[in-house]
Design a protein around this ligand. Structure first.
Ligand SMILES: N[C@@H](CCC(=O)N[C@@H](CS)C(=O)NCC(=O)O)C(=O)O
Length: 214
């Protein structure tokens, strides 16, 4: 039985799973989840909440089990696939990869998603004004985490193990909306150059969403 991914094409969190699926050529069903007045799930919001009580994408279903949290889904799919350099089996190597994934979810994403919400979602989709004080706070936080990335990437082409891994996929996808959300990325040329390298990969190009309005 194939796993099934519930995804949304514009989601940075679903993107990291879809990039991995492409990198490993995983045989999986991918279903687009509708966004309705109540959020993801469209007309069946309650049904979607039964799968993921957080109401978020991505969600994975396999053998009657439901998984959410994109990095967990990535790890599961990579393990299911078998041996891969993207998600090493050696405990110390794996820890170096997952460290960046936890960092992405704990530190980078709150700042990056906050800027996406304030600078992009509110004015474009909710017809609400951006909260400039909140943007200033989020930019401060974003710059702090960019400093961490910059110093890492000054001494290494990739985030972990000197090669492309799930660490790069997870962190790069968190920056998917950097340009449209006016994240101050240009101040960090080493990070920008690394991101451009990731964005040239076939897996990234194949998972590019259609252009959003504005
Ligand atoms: N930590 C979660 C974050 C998932 C997430 O925030 N997904 C967004 C789409 S990019 C979402 O579903 N937002 C809808 C909501 O918050 O109601 C993960 O990594 O899977």
């Amino acid at each position: 039985m194939k796993p099934k991914l519930l995804s949304s094409v514009g989601s940075q969190h679903a993107r990291r799973v879809r990039v991995l699926i492409h990198e490993l050529d995983i045989d999986i069903d991918i279903e687009e989840v509708m966004f309705g007045a109540q959020g993801f799930g469209g007309d069946d919001r309650q049904g979607f909440l039964k799968l993921n009580p957080n109401g978020k994408v991505p969600v994975l279903q396999h053998h009657g089990v439901v998984l959410w949290e994109s990095n967990t889904i990535m790890g599961y799919l990579a393990d299911l696939h078998g041996e891969t350099e993207l998600w090493p089996r050696d405990p110390l190597e794996r820890a170096q990869v997952s460290m960046w994934q936890v960092w992405q979810a704990a530190h980078l994403t709150p700042a990056a998603d906050g800027l996406f919400y304030e600078n992009r979602v509110k004015p474009m989709f909710l017809q609400q004004e951006t909260d400039t004080a909140e943007v200033a706070r989020l930019e401060g936080s974003f710059r702090r985490w960019m400093g961490v990335l910059e110093s890492r990437l000054e001494s290494s082409e990739t985030l972990a193990l000197g090669r492309f891994t799930c660490a790069d996929i997870s962190v790069a996808s968190a920056l998917m909306h950097a340009e449209s959300s006016r994240m101050p990325l240009a101040e960090h040329p080493v990070v920008d150059a690394w991101l451009q390298r990731v964005q040239q990969r076939p897996s990234w190009l194949a998972t590019e969403p259609p252009a959003m309005p504005g």
